[in-house]
Design a protein around this ligand. Structure first.
Ligand code: ATP
Ligand code: RIB
Length: 322
């Protein structure tokens, strides 16, 4: 079982040609509203990307909070529809988390109102992990309070679970204790810069940033580098760069979440993949997300990712023969 501790947001997205200047108003081309939040998106990615007979039940349990309101109830309904177990998604008397997402042809800008996401408690974690075992994984991000993330990682580590941290959004350096309980860290370029002080823009700076995370005791490091792909290292024999698939990016919202969720599914602990193959699988999944609009809705299914692989194999063989 994969446990995801994280945020659940109502994403309100607009597509604009450019971000307005100070005091300026611009008109949006498209408007949409739907399930988002890093915790929710990653849980949906895990549900959609896991091959599992229906009768075995959900592969992922989300630990989080929504508001005691119609929006919260609707987001929980959507999570269930995607196959996420919401037994540990509780409601609280605060507004459901909301994200304002502005998508431009080049990138996106997001403002999050945390609301109910900050109502999560240590007993939520205790209850959810009561029956967890060393075969299970805990995946966290930083859109819920850091002391809760710290508590959950420590608890998971003491049970012997695998732990993955997507330190997003990063607001400052992380305490050493947090790193101590993390097996795998998956930051993007901005988060890497904030956490290590190194901007990973070429092979040399990427390697330096990776070394900085290893120095904190983290075994698996995966730097996501947008359209440039990922740089990975397992602290011993493997360090590699996996280029991203070339696609027309329509909306990158949720690319990182798809990548992290897919990686949690394919993590070597599960026993099916090597670390490098797991990252390649995650990168292919994320490349589909960027070619679609929205967050949770844009995440592909396992079948779609495997079809992509199958289409790539004849191409790779041809390239080898040419
Ligand atoms: P976001 O916040 O936009 O969801 P992120 O900043 O957390 O994403 P990125 O590093 O931008 O994370 O993207 C994660 C992964 O998604 C990349 O490592 C890459 O594999 C894939 N990806 C992102 N952008 C593109 C793109 N334009 N084309 C192809 N793949 C992409
Ligand atoms: O990572 C994308 C997510 O970040 C969006 O869905 C938004 O809710 C913010 O949390």
């Amino acid at each position: 079982m994969i446990y995801v501790l994280g945020s659940i947001n109502n994403d309100i997205s607009v597509e604009v040609d450019r971000i307005p200047n100070k005091g300026e108003t611009v008109l949006a081309d498209n408007y949409s509203m739907g399930l988002g939040g890093k915790g929710a998106n990653q849980a949906v990615a895990i549900a959609k990307l896991t091959y599992r007979p229906k009768e075995s039940g959900p592969a992922v349990k989300l630990i989080g909070r929504v508001g005691n309101d119609a929006t919260g109830a609707e987001l929980v309904r959507q999570l269930n529809a995607h196959g996420v177990d919401t037994e540990f998604v509780r409601s609280v008397n605060r507004a459901t988390g909301t994200a304002l997402v502005a998508v431009t042809p080049k990138d996106n800008r997001i403002i999050v109102y945390s609301g109910a996401n900050y109502g999560i408690t240590k007993s939520d974690v205790d209850e959810a992990l009561e029956h967890a075992t060393s075969k299970d994984t805990l995946l966290c991000q930083l859109e819920v309070p850091l002391y809760i993330v710290d508590y959950a990682l420590r608890k998971a580590h003491s049970i012997g679970m695998s732990t993955i941290l997507n330190p997003a959004p990063a607001v400052g350096k992380l305490p050493d204790d947090v790193y101590y309980n993390v097996d795998m860290i998956v930051p993007n370029e901005t988060e890497t810069q904030i956490l290590t002080g190194i901007n990973p823009q070429d092979a040399q700076s990427e390697a330096a940033a990776i070394r900085a995370f290893h120095a904190h005791g983290v075994q698996f490091v995966v730097l996501t580098l947008g359209a440039r792909g990922v740089a990975i290292s397992d602290a011993s024999s493997l360090s590699a760069h996996i280029p991203a698939r070339k696609v027309k990016a329509v909306d990158t919202t949720g690319a990182g979440d798809t990548f992290v969720g897919a990686l949690a599914v394919a993590y070597p602990h599960v026993g099916m993949y090597s670390f490098k193959e797991a990252c390649k699988f995650a990168s292919r999944a994320a490349s589909i997300t960027v070619s679609r609009r929205g967050a949770a809705e844009s995440i592909p299914t396992a079948k779609e990712v495997y079809e992509l692989y199958c289409n790539e194999i004849p191409k790779q063989k041809k390239e080898k023969n040419d």
